[in-house]
Design a protein around this ligand. Structure first.
Ligand code: DQA
Length: 137
């Protein structure tokens, strides 16, 4: 089982960025924890602040991996291109958010990803990624 986690803009700052919303843990630390928890899963991780690089990665892994976990961060709410990429590939995508975007500003209630995702998990902090992996098992 091969699962790729793709994180979008500003998620490289986890641990430093708005800790009251996103917590104190870096994604690298959490990724190690995920690797220990899911030893039977081949987990890969990619982060970019650049929309086109996220689309390139979806296209690159989207026909061979068993699952993709996508937190497109702010591009969730703006990117038709990312939504189209999720629709174009054959690997199922689970959309993830650390925060409960529906408790936040109105512009975060729109997602260009959800309609083409297998499912959406949000609001459980970093545990959202753990739950997303379990959804593929
Ligand atoms: C986020 C929610 C988005 O609205 C925001 O732009 C992010 C992170 C989350 O994981 O809660 O950068 O995707």
């Amino acid at each position: 089982m091969k699962i790729m986690i793709i994180n979008g803009p500003n998620l490289n700052l986890l641990g430093k960025r708005e800790p009251e919303v996103y917590g104190n843990t870096t994604f690298e630390e959490y990724f190690s924890h995920l690797q220990m928890t899911f030893k039977e899963v081949q987990l890969a991780y990619f982060q970019s602040n650049i929309e086109g690089e996220l689309i390139d990665k979806l296209q690159e892994v989207g026909f061979t991996y068993d699952g993709i976990i996508l937190n497109a961060a702010a591009y969730t709410h703006t990117s038709v291109g990312l939504g189209d990429a999720v629709k174009a590939i054959s690997t199922p995508v689970v959309e993830v958010h650390i925060s409960n975007t529906f408790k936040r500003e109105d512009f975060r209630h729109i997602s260009h990803i959800s309609a083409n995702a297998k499912g959406v998990i949000l609001g459980f902090g970093l545990k959202s990624y753990d739950l997303a992996i379990r959804s593929f098992l």
